[in-house]
Design a protein around this ligand. Structure first.
Ligand code: GLU
Length: 485
């Protein structure tokens, strides 16, 4: 678990564009990015689009958008793996020429039959390279005839090992590694070969990725050795599990970064939350700005154990970041959500800018997400109020008494200066005069003003709503309750 001392490492995130940007992928991208930013290294993006049937432009776009939303900028031109096919082929041919690989004319049908035979015997199929051995004349004949062949890697004897930056020494006996295919018979590369060929071409010095790739690494190291190229460092970071201990999956909740964006999570909170999935700064500090994360990020803090994705913690983290974000920045981020919810127009928000910022200051204290905040902001914009049924049932239980209380509130406020302190004094005096606790007055009033059981301090609410709207809503509540008895 040591940080390598390569002066300026080159790292990459290499997603396959076959869906949305998964939170696990985003976390891997973030770790690579943090490492690069911390060390003055380079963070590259490679889209692994060799699987033409499953890769789509739409998911490539989703990857760009997700990374951009998270603020993970990449340093050079995006590399599209599919564009490197000729090099992949050349590298495979180099392996062939140097004897590290060989041609295998075994047909798919034959391989299938051999696999089935092995299974029937209760064995796992391994490719016996003698199957591919041909007399030179026969080889020539087949080549001339244009018979299709795959290029297989000739796995040498011995052990393949590396010092993983997370796991320490990992070793695989080569006898457990099959002579794997490098190039298929249609001359397309298999994953391990394309990755190594591209990582070499991109000058990658540290490969950091999910530990589900550990079993690929010995094959990749063998390829580096055979191609005569320096082997990069490897860091295999832990998987992310759900609260149930199982792999995160769509069935058990949102796994796309975009879903959290739409849920109203701030990018800074998402980044902070993801950073703690498989990394610990080594103390109890959890809430960190981007700059702090970069300063504190290190290989020593990478963890081996699977990380747990706890939505409650993400929401808590988001609440923390809503408080930390400068109000103008928060407002700019929120604006599209407010517009989309139809609460106000752009012009209205601009016109009442300082009022709107004041409201945000009050609401952000209790809101967990941006969408939650927008929901809570609704009563301050709406002409007609919608009453939350539970709030009504709870705080307007005794209709005649409540109507009486609210009517007296309206009468009192009509002659009170529209100032939080003045209104507070007046209403406390009123509660005393009516012989009731302030809660009996303030809670029904809150429902009358906001339709909700929870809101910022009631006097702040009165000030923000203004005199006319407040008195109008209290009168409407009295009517709704059947009037004063
Ligand atoms: N395309 C691979 C994936 O998405 C990349 C693996 C790697 O980083 O080498 O899992």
């Amino acid at each position: 678990m040591t940080t390598p001392n390569t002066p300026a490492p080159r790292l990459r995130f290499a997603p396959s564009p076959t869906g949305y940007l998964h939170v696990g992928g985003a976390r891997t991208a973030l770790f690579n990015w943090l490492w690069a930013r911390k060390t003055g290294g380079t963070f590259l993006l490679r889209i692994e689009d060799t699987d033409k049937a499953r890769s789509t432009d739409e998911s490539t776009r989703a990857i760009f958008e997700g990374l951009t939303w998270l603020g993970l900028d990449w340093d050079e031109e995006v590399v599209f793996q599919g564009a490197n096919l000729e090099r992949h082929r050349r590298d495979a041919d180099r392996l062939l020429a140097s004897g590290y690989a060989y041609r295998d004319f075994t047909t798919a049908e034959e391989l299938d039959r051999l696999r089935k035979d092995a299974e029937a015997r209760g064995e796992t199929f391994t490719f016996d390279r003698r199957l591919a051995e041909l007399h030179p004349d026969e080889l020539e004949r087949r080549l001339e005839r244009g018979d299709p062949y795959t290029i297989r890697f000739r796995v040498p004897e011995g052990t393949t090992e590396w010092h993983d930056l997370v796991h320490g020494r990992i070793a695989f006996p080569n006898k457990d590694i099959d002579d794997f295919i490098v190039l298929r018979s249609d001359r397309t590369p298999i994953y391990n070969h394309a990755v190594v060929s591209d990582d070499i071409a991109m000058g990658i010095t540290l490969v950091m990725r999910g530990d589900d790739h550990i079993s690929n690494t010995p094959k990749q190291i063998l390829l580096y050795e055979a191609l005569g190229e320096p082997i990069p460092d490897f860091a295999h970071i832990p998987m992310i599990h759900g609260m149930d201990g199982k792999k995160l999956s769509k069935r058990r909740g949102a796994v796309a970064v975009g879903d959290y964006q739409h849920m109203g999570i701030l990018p800074s909170a998402m980044r902070n939350f993801l950073a703690l999935l498989g990394w610990s700064p080594g103390d109890d500090v959890e809430v960190m700005s981007q700059a702090e994360m970069i300063t504190r990020f290190s290989g020593e803090g990478l963890l081996k154990k699977a990380a747990v994705f706890d939505l409650k913690k993400l929401e808590w983290m988001n609440g923390q970041h809503m408080m930390l974000t400068p109000i103008a920045e928060l407002e700019a981020y929120l604006r599209p959500f407010v517009l989309q919810a139809g609460l106000a127009t752009e012009a209205q928000l601009t016109e009442r800018h300082s009022w709107w910022l004041q409201l945000l200051e009050l609401l952000r204290v209790r809101a967990r997400t941006v969408t939650d905040l927008v929901r809570q902001a609704q009563p301050y914009f709406a002409d007609a109020l919608t009453y939350d049924e539970a709030a009504v049932a709870k705080h307007w239980k005794d209709a005649p008494a409540t109507a009486g209380h609210l009517d007296s509130v309206a009468t009192t406020l009509e002659t009170t200066e529209w100032d939080a302190t003045a209104m507070e004094t007046a209403l406390r005096t009123l509660a005393e005069a009516r012989g009731i606790g302030t809660g009996k007055l303030f809670q029904p009033l809150r429902v009358a003003l906001t339709g909700m059981a929870e809101s910022p301090g009631i006097f702040d609410v009165l000030v923000l709503l203004g005199r006319d709207t407040s008195l109008g809503r209290i009168r409407a509540a009295v009517n709704r309750l059947g009037g004063v008895p």
